[in-house]
Design a protein around this ligand. Structure first.
Ligand code: SOE
Length: 392
């Protein structure tokens, strides 16, 4: 009989809902070595936590994460709350011998991420910690990695990653927690740029070793939030404005250990681009290109194609030979955003059952945090911008 893996979900907004869906769906579509059960949903407000537990299919709710983490019947703590409690919850859970899945970015600062990584290393034998860089589990990106690993595009020269959203373009969009440095750590950089950094390092199999960056905050104050809805929410008419303390956008160049050159951009001001998480990698034998807004497709250019038929081919990554897809629908029927979280659960549960460290673990996520930190230090440094002669 398959043993049960009892899950406590801390946080039940956008990410919590995506994770809850994944915990419930994974065992229905994949043959898992452990049977996950969404046991309890934890939130700050009792009313909202109770409603979320009922909606998401958990038997219990709680407004006290410390009590839940101490419960002997909980096997795994899934941290989907805002960044300011990632470290406290994850460290307490690891010390209590619970497996942890923690949303990205792992922490607000490198110091916090170091404490979390240390707690993961010191946890009782067999306790696993993973960070939710969920896009790795997009079939097209997982397949792209296979192609890069197999040498299909040769030696990587360029990595071009953009993560473009537009939900903050309206200067009167309210001040949500993602705009507060104390809670989120950083803005577009940590929220979405972190995905690009993780995807790039994982795809290429090389760490970023140096960066040169600029950060921008276009809208310095916003109306105080009255009610959170999805990523944004509602502000009352005439609401007072509070300061935005994070970046709205970031651009940076990067050097990979192999000598490959990276160009990165992350913004929430790219009007019309709702969730364009894109990456292109050029090697000396070919190129690959991906855009999450067309998540079921991968573009491949193979320089060995015959003259006259060269060009990017569009692969529909929906065939049974592709990663994860065989467990879903017939070829060509496609997957959505929620499926990447389901695949994340599949990989985590399988690693736990097989006694392996799931990837990305907290040490890998700490590596991403160090890149984010280098970007912030670079942008803060006076010396990175060389004035153009004649510019006023
Ligand atoms: C908001 O920008 C956000 O929800 C991120 O926090 C997620 O990580 C990303 O998947 C979608 O956008």
């Amino acid at each position: 009989m398959t043993s049960t893996l009892r899950v406590a979900l801390v946080g039940h907004a956008f990410m919590g809902r995506a994770h809850a869906h994944a915990w419930r769906t994974a065992p229905r579509f994949f043959d898992l070595p452990l049977d996950p059960e969404l046991t309890v949903v934890v939130g700050r407000s009792p009313d909202r936590a109770a409603a979320a537990a009922a909606e998401l299919g958990a038997a219990e709710w709680s407004d006290d994460w410390r009590a839940v983490v101490a419960r002997p019947d909980i096997d795994l703590v899934d941290v989907c709350a805002p960044g300011d409690i990632h470290a406290d919850v994850a460290i307490a859970a690891l010390r209590a011998g619970k497996h942890v899945l923690c949303e990205k970015p792992l922490a607000r600062t490198v110091a916090e991420a170091e404490r979390m990584a240390q707690a993961a290393r010191a946890a009782p034998v067999g306790t696993r910690a993973m960070c939710g860089f969920s896009y790795r589990r997009t079939p097209a990106l997982a397949y792209a990695r296979r192609l890069v690993e197999d040498g299909r595009i040769g030696t990587v020269r360029h990595v071009r990653a953009q993560y473009l959203q537009d939900w903050l373009s309206d200067p009167d969009a309210p001040l949500t927690w993602r705009l507060d440095k104390e809670i989120a750590g950083s803005g577009a950089l940590g929220d979405i740029g972190a995905h690009s950094v993780d995807t790039a390092q994982w795809l290429v199999g090389e760490p970023i070793e140096a960066v040169s960056a600029q950060l921008r905050t276009f809208v310095g104050s916003r109306p105080v939030l009255a009610e959170q809805r999805g990523l944004g929410g509602r502000a009352d008419t005439g609401a007072e404005r509070g300061p935005v303390t994070v970046d709205d956008a970031v651009a940076f160049t990067a050097s990979f250990g192999s000598g490959a050159l990276g160009v990165f951009e992350a913004t929430r001001f790219a009007l019309g681009r709702r969730n364009a998480n894109r990456i292109e990698v050029n090697g000396d034998r070919g190129s690959i290109a991906f855009d999450f807004e067309r998540m079921n497709e991968l573009e491949l250019y193979d320089a060995s194609d015959a003259d006259g038929v060269q060009g990017f081919r569009r692969i529909q990554v929906t065939e049974p030979v592709h990663p994860y897809t065989g467990n879903w629908w017939p070829a060509g029927h496609g997957l959505g955003y929620e499926h990447v979280f389901t695949h994340q659960v599949v990989d985590l549960v399988t690693a736990i059952a097989e006694g392996r460290q799931p990837s990305p673990g907290f040490d890998e996520a700490l590596g991403v945090q160090r890149v984010l930190d280098a970007v912030e230090r670079s942008a803060a440094s006076e010396s990175i911008l060389t004035p153009v002669d004649g510019a006023s």
